[in-house]
Design a protein around this ligand. Structure first.
Ligand code: GLN
Length: 447
């Protein structure tokens, strides 16, 4: 009831939820109460969550914030969502997001932009902007977003909440709308490390429907103690003093390193060799994968179909032209280009090689050090409509988040102060593959 009343008073303005399951959530809550009374409640009993509009949820609308999925309803529930439901989580609504999770400001949505609850006409970040604002504005306790290149961490940073991306392959993607399949991760937005850990523990692990999920043991993340040992952390000097970084963000990162040093821990200072290549590599590979993944939306199988077709060919063409938004069209075109004969080796193959170099360098540093710390985003939340003319400016917002995604490493964004106008700032911590337990322990120590 509390969350519903927050939704009623705030969602018209913030636009964080594109659908509220009021009646259903109350029925679910009553059932959970019953189970609590008779001692059969699951481990998430009473945890009210929202899910990003990219997850299948049986019988419910799934639109990926796109016109092309107009009228589509899921016929099954995504594995991670089902696992949370099986432990008695209550889903109160579906989050607005960027169309097909493409964006860094949540302004590319058929439902209109989401607003950051700090006010001042700021974006919430993207693409899981609706998820971040739902947690920020207490419309739910936890939200399930998705993170391909920063979509959970960057909005978490802009909204002052925790954003967590596990190792690639830790949580099943079955039922998550594919954007770039070799990057896509299920992510968690929450206020506390404890809630994040519990949700991860329940959602993670093998799934017969997704064979990219690792069979690596799922530890009891929720029992991870606060970090208590000395440690060694990598500081990428060319990142932490990058010219695009706002001064308040710089101060926030410096504060963390000062504390680490004062307490007698080791800081390994080094430049990241491939910094200039992370964004081009990310945008070549993800647009390539997106152009293939989005070919399924053809007017035949899902959602929207044009009414102006003369024949099959014009039906495909018009459906896609009318159904996809501008950013999505741009990425399909870029992706098709880099995959086309004649350009494939120059762009796609080359980018795959660079991806491997990036991953190897990160992993080798993490063999000898415990953590990498850097800003989540170069700036705090920016103004609505301020980046809509220059796409490169918008892509620059992802400069620090795509690195962990290219390497498939687990990463968390933790709130770390505000700027002089009260805008939240987050810092990122990265760990080696499948070291989520260590990352969560360390997050408790830092927070
Ligand atoms: N902003 C990045 C992009 O547009 C990240 C998106 C994401 O992680 N889904 O690709």
């Amino acid at each position: 009831q509390g969350y519903l009343s927050n939704i009623t008073s705030k969602n018209t303005d913030l636009n964080a939820l594109s659908e509220v399951y009021e009646e259903e959530a109350l029925v679910q809550a009553a059932e959970v109460q019953e189970k609590i009374n008779n001692g059969s409640a699951g481990r998430l009993a009473g945890m009210v969550i929202t899910i990003k509009d990219v997850y299948c949820h049986n019988g419910h609308t799934l639109q990926s914030a796109s016109k092309i999925l107009d009228g589509f309803k899921s016929q099954f529930t995504a594995t991670p969502i089902q696992r949370l439901l099986d432990e008695d989580a209550i889903i109160i609504g579906r989050n607005n997001c960027d169309e097909f999770a493409m964006g860094s400001s949540n302004e590319n949505s058929v439902y209109g932009p989401v607003k950051n609850a700090v006010g001042k006409n700021k974006v919430p970040g993207g693409s899981s902007g609706g998820s971040a604002v739902a947690v920020q504005a207490e419309m739910c306790l936890v939200s399930i977003g998705s993170d391909t290149g920063g979509s959970v961490r960057q909005p978490a940073s802009f909204c002052g909440v925790i954003g967590f991306k596990p190792t690639y392959g830790r949580i099943s993607r079955h039922g998550l709308t594919a954007y770039a399949s070799s990057f896509d991760c299920v992510g968690v937005l929450a206020h506390s490390v404890e809630d994040t850990a519990l949700v991860l523990e329940i959602a993670a692990g093998p799934d017969e429907y997704d064979h990219t999920v690792s069979t690596t043991n799922v530890p009891a993340y929720s029992k991870a103690p606060e970090w208590a040992e000395k440690f060694s952390v990598v500081s990428f000097e060319n990142i932490n003093s990058h010219e695009a970084i706002d001064s308040a963000v710089k101060q926030s990162v410096d504060r963390v390193f000062d504390k680490i040093e004062t307490l007698g821990n080791r800081i390994h200072k080094v430049d990241f060799t491939y910094l200039n290549y992370v964004l081009p590599t990310y945008y070549i590979l993800t647009t390539a994968e997106a152009s293939a993944n989005l070919s399924r939306f053809d007017g035949v199988k899902y959602g929207y179909r044009t009414e102006n077709a003369k024949d099959l060919d014009s039906m495909y063409r018009k459906t896609r032209t009318e159904g996809f938004g501008e950013e999505v069209v741009k990425r399909i075109l870029l992706g098709t280009y880099v995959l086309s004969e004649g350009f494939y080796d120059a762009y796609y193959t080359k980018a795959q090689k660079v991806r491997r170099l990036i991953r190897d360098e990160m992993k080798s540093l993490l063999e000898n050090n415990d953590f990498i710390i850097m800003p989540t985003a170069p700036t705090p939340a920016f103004d609505l409509n301020s980046h809509d003319r220059n796409p490169l400016e918008m892509y620059l917002e992802d400069i620090f988040t795509v690195q962990a995604s290219l390497a498939g490493l687990p990463c968390i964004s933790i709130p770390n102060g505000t700027d002089e106008n009260g805008l939240p700032i987050g810092i990122q911590v990265i760990c080696n593959s499948f070291e989520e337990e260590k990352l969560l322990s360390f997050s408790k120590y830092l927070k």
